[in-house]
Design a binder for this molecule. Structure first.
Ligand code: NAG
Length: 164
């Protein structure tokens, strides 16, 4: 029963990242899953990397966050957030300037997530992330990347960033 519920709940969220060409909806903020998760996330080698320009940051020195395809697969949809521990809310704020994406306001923050703004296929996307002035601790960037209706990856993580 619980499993059935989880499968349906995940399925709904999975469809949200790609069924929404203009970006993921706010309802996907906590789970970061796309709606067609009915098919299950891909396992095995992930053909994308999520990297950060520095392992240390503070509100005066933002970090560049890059989602990069490592093979032939392009991505069409994504959501990226900075997460601390097991928290399900995004920390800090992104700038989507110069990218094809856009920021979104997830519960508990402003511009604390970035998502695609069209279905155009891309190989890379870069954002600037700034931690809150009153935050100290470690965060990791977390992404969901959608290639197509049946092909998506959840739980992509960057190396940690220590906010000092
Ligand atoms: C980054 O994306 C742009 C636009 O899609 C593309 O022209 C460029 O080759 C990509 N660079 C890498 C390293 O994938």
């Amino acid at each position: 029963m619980l499993n059935t519920y989880l499968v349906i709940a995940s399925a709904l969220v999975a469809a949200q990242v790609t069924a929404f060409p203009g970006g993921a909806p706010r309802s996907a903020c906590a789970s970061m899953a796309p709606i067609h998760m009915l098919f299950g996330a891909q396992s095995g080698d992930v053909p994308f990397t999520l990297s950060v320009s520095s392992g240390e940051s503070n509100s005066a020195s933002p970090v560049t966050v890059t989602l990069q395809a490592t093979g032939d697969a392009d991505f069409r949809g994504y959501m990226i957030q900075a997460r601390s521990g097991t928290e399900t809310t995004g920390v800090g704020s992104f700038s989507a300037e110069g990218s094809q994406g856009k920021t979104m306001d997830c519960p508990g923050g402003t511009a604390n997530a970035v998502t695609h703004s069209s279905r155009v296929r891309r190989k890379n996307e870069t954002f600037l992330w700034t931690p809150p002035a009153d935050f100290q601790g470690q965060v990791t960037m977390k992404a969901t990347v959608v290639v197509g209706f049946r092909t998506f990856y959840t739980e992509l993580h960057s190396t940690p960033v220590t906010v000092v």
